[in-house]
Ligand binder design. Structure first.
Ligand code: MG
Length: 369
């Protein structure tokens, strides 16, 4: 029996995580739930699953639930918990993740921003504590599954697939006037707002490349991204001998969630089965890196090291949310990220510098609209 805490239980991944846990009552039990600000849904989840330990990140009025970063950290380090799922919005998950690892908890990581911003300090701690970090990102779950039994020095390259988002094939001129509704209309995945915008700018693939670099301990130039509009091949590993392994399935997050929670076991589940004849035509094409420069920005950020990936992530969170509010146009998102990165002077990778830099980047980015 694994006792699970879910930080971010009311979001898209969080609610699907609770569904998956409910499908395996003999293996998984929820012992703590935390949300950003949706106290009503959090309370109803607590009642449904009989959970006593709760937390909120943002305070609501006349609320008896513990609130703030300290409350999230308390839940992440609950003595009775074995596994902490981090599915909060963005880099808010960093400090609870570090606290959970220090307390010896295994981590199911959905908030890729944690590794993007601070992988350089998170991964050494994972190794020092000997905990298991299982990715809850379809691409990284695919890579993690393909790499079972292999060492990182046997990898030639990781091939991350990208649906290409709703604007695949468009030119920069065509992207000037795109609307929020068009950007939110993802062709294959139903996800939260911020990640759907990241998918449209391809920043999601930039973030995922950095996430993969840290998770699997490979250099950035060994990570390739290829467009695959059907979203059936979730990613591939090319080994030193030239052999390529991939993981396939319908685009349904409940599969990588179940794998992460039950790892290293595989249990039967009621999810729809994929068969090759269901999608007889699987296609792949090169990414248009001239129109979409986010993956290039991610490579620059890793090359600069230190606090630069943290700056890229923070500026992107701010700019993507500004676009969602209608404050800026679509092309401004990555322009703001690039401009903020240009302004930043890299500092050493410490938690203190990451927190300081994150705040600076958000403030600087906000002055650009
Ligand atoms: Mg993904």
């Amino acid at each position: 029996m694994k006792r699970v805490v879910v930080l971010g239980s009311t979001g898209s991944i969080g609610t699907q995580t609770l569904d998956v846990i409910a499908q395996h009552p003999d293996r998984l039990e929820i012992v703590g739930l935390a949300a950003g600000r949706n106290a009503d849904l959090l309370r109803s989840q607590a009642a449904k699953y009989g959970v006593k330990k709760l937390a909120l990140f943002e305070s609501a009025s006349d609320c008896d639930i513990p609130t703030g970063m300290d409350a999230l950290i308390d839940l992440a380090t609950l003595p009775e918990a074995d596994l902490v799922v981090i599915s909060v919005a963005g880099v808010i998950g960093l400090q609870p993740t570090l606290a959970a690892i220090k307390a010896g908890k295994d981590i199911g990581l959905a908030s890729k921003e944690v590794l993007v911003a601070a992988g350089e300090i998170v991964m050494p701690l994972v190794r020092e504590k000997g905990i298991t970090m299982t990715p809850i990102d379809s691409e990284h779950s695919a890579l993690f599954q393909c790499l079972q039994g292999y060492r990182s020095d046997q990898i030639d390259s990781l091939i991350i697939t990208a649906s290409g988002g709703p604007f695949r094939g468009k030119t920069r001129d065509q992207l000037v006037e795109v609307t929020i509704e068009q950007a939110l209309n993802h062709p294959t995945w139903r996800m939260g707002g911020k990640i759907t915008i990241d998918s449209a700018t391809l920043m999601n693939k930039g973030l995922e490349a950095i996430e993969a670099k840290w998770l699997f301990d490979v250099p950035m130039d060994s990570i390739e991204v290829v467009a695959h509009p059907q979203s059936v091949v979730h990613s591939m590993v090319r080994f030193r001998d030239g052999s390529v392994l991939g993981q396939l399935g319908w685009p349904d997050m409940r599969l990588p969630i179940a794998y992460a929670l039950l790892y290293p076991e595989r249990k039967p589940n009621p999810l729809p089965r994929w068969n090759p004849v269901d999608t007889p035509c699987l296609t792949f094409e090169a990414i248009d890196n001239k129109t979409f420069n986010a993956i290039g920005l991610a490579r620059q950020a890793i090359e600069a090291r230190g606090t630069m990936p943290c700056v890229m992530n923070a500026a992107n969170e701010e700019a993507a949310n500004a676009f969602l509010r209608g404050d800026i146009g679509f092309l401004r998102i990555t322009e703001i990220v690039e401009r903020t990165m240009q302004e930043h002077r890299v500092e050493a990778p410490t938690l203190e510098n990451f927190l300081k830099t994150d705040a600076w980047a958000r403030q600087f980015a906000r002055m650009l609209w």
